[in-house]
Design a protein around this ligand. Structure first.
Ligand code: 9MR
Length: 447
């Protein structure tokens, strides 16, 4: 029996989970928002990720059952829940919500609008900045218009939502499949874009292929497995992919190590091993540790900076930190600036690696974008990009990557039943630039 995406959720379990999360979140929102409270919302994020993991895992890295569907993603079906069978994915009831920032420290929204008058700048995004402006793509969409022409016109770096992940590149032991990732690289090369690889390891069992979870062996065998995957992938993309997230989401908000197969088999040192193997396989590539909610400062960021010190003391390179920046309107841009500055002070490249500003959080499923919210989003995007420009010295500005291109293809708007009403990105569902786009652009143009 094979699960496809969310097929195992009954309407009942889905609603129940949604209710629990809404009640839980509301109770936090009602309090004055301390950092600890904010971080306590992590379960929402984990559950969201589990949805995605389920989707990808279901395809097992093989041809996606939805291949040929508009965006190549697994469509949502709601079917009766089933018992988990040995070897199958756990059935985590999941309610959607924004991934990282729900409890982020709050500043009152400014009513400032991103554009002063009816005349909008016409510069392409990629031409407004000295660093690459990226978008995370999905292989299946590259042939779609206006997805493809928007990418070519506006962006100078590609990342990928999933096509470079472990389960996609090595779905079965020793059988690497680079076809989709290679196609993304070819598209990028054809259009003069850089490629950022996301991600060699994701520190969560839900996204790790079952063959790895079930792999027989102890430390020595898992060490060899880790080394082989990283070495094979980096050598394959040598000269084509210039930077990598080596490990994604390794830490809990409290700064502990996320439990996962690599931690259990290799101990905390797996993170440094992964960096070392990557460095050995391709010394020219920039190596990142990527995570969410570091932008709000706190224990996670502190721990990453400690890990960087530890790595460097051992001669292991960490070039940069990826701040995902899946965020919401309430986030305080100045506090985010301080987090960037703190990390940059360690001489780390700073990548805003998965930028989007969700609007739907805690709104009903019928939520629609209003002009007022669109303007507020534009102002927030502008403030956050300015925070990046101010907080990160020029030579450490690695770039900003949005997680998708338009609201139509945002991961918020697919795969989640009754959840196609978010507007987190720079382009609307018809690929028309939004206020968020102009906010981003104007920050780059210094307006
Ligand atoms: O957007 C990605 C979604 O399409 C995938 O199904 C999911 C699991 O592979 O991963 C999503 O991307 C995540 C990224 O890899 C890490 N940070 C959080 C992103 C959103 O969940």
């Amino acid at each position: 029996m094979r699960f496809t995406g969310l097929t195992f959720f009954t309407k009942h379990s889905f609603r129940l989970a949604a209710l629990v999360i809404i009640v839980f979140s509301s109770s936090l929102i009602g309090c004055s928002s301390s950092l600890e409270e904010e971080l306590a919302q992590k379960p929402v994020k984990e559950k969201i990720d589990a949805v995605g993991k389920g989707e990808d895992q279901a395809s097992g890295g093989k041809e996606d059952p939805a291949e040929g569907a508009e965006d190549g993603e697994t469509p949502v079906k709601q079917e009766p829940a089933e018992e988990q069978k040995p070897g199958e994915e756990p059935q985590t009831p999941v309610a959607p919500g924004p991934p990282a920032a729900p409890g982020a420290p709050v500043t009152p929204e400014k009513s400032e609008t991103p554009q002063a008058g009816p005349v909008r700048p016409t510069t392409a995004l990629k031409d407004a900045f000295d660093f690459p402006v990226g978008a995370a793509v999905v292989y299946e969409r590259l042939k779609n218009e206006p997805y493809s022409s928007t990418l070519k016109r506006e962006f100078s770096r590609l990342s990928s939502e999933s096509n470079f992940k472990f389960h996609m590149l090595q779905p079965q032991e020793g059988k690497f499949n680079f076809a989709k990732a290679d196609a993304i690289v070819a598209f990028a090369q054809q259009h003069n874009m850089k490629v950022h690889g996301h991600t060699l390891i994701w520190a969560l069992d839900g996204i790790t292929p079952k063959w790895v979870l079930n792999y027989k062996g102890g430390e020595k065998e898992f060490d060899a497995l880790l080394k082989n995957h990283i070495t094979t992938v980096l050598k394959h993309f040598k000269g084509k992919v210039s930077s990598w997230d080596v490990v994604n989401e390794a830490l809990t908000p409290g700064g502990g190590y996320v439990d996962n197969i690599w931690l259990r088999k290799l101990g905390e040192g797996y993170l440094l091993k992964a960096l070392k193997y990557a460095q050995e396989a391709d010394p020219s590539v920039k190596l990142f540790l990527n995570d969410y909610s570091q932008e709000y400062g706190g224990k996670k960021l502190t721990k990453y900076l400690k890990i960087v010190d530890e790595a460097r003391a051992k001669g292991i390179r960490v070039d940069g930190l990826g701040f995902q920046m899946h965020t919401v309107l309430r986030v305080d841009a100045d506090m985010v600036r301080q987090s960037f500055a703190k990390a940059a002070a360690k001489n780390l490249l700073i990548h805003l690696s998965e930028f989007d500003v969700s609007l739907k959080y805690q709104k009903p499923d019928t939520f629609e974008l209003t002009e007022e919210l669109s303007k507020a989003q534009g102002a927030k995007v502008k403030a956050l990009v300015q925070a990046y420009l101010k907080g990160v010295p020029k030579h450490l500005q690695f770039g900003i990557t949005t997680w998708g291109v338009s609201d139509k293809d945002s991961y918020f708007n697919r795969g989640y039943s009754n959840f196609n009403h978010d507007y987190p990105l720079l382009f609307d569902k018809n690929y028309k630039p939004k206020d968020a786009y102009y906010g981003f652009l104007e920050a780059g143009l210094g307006k």
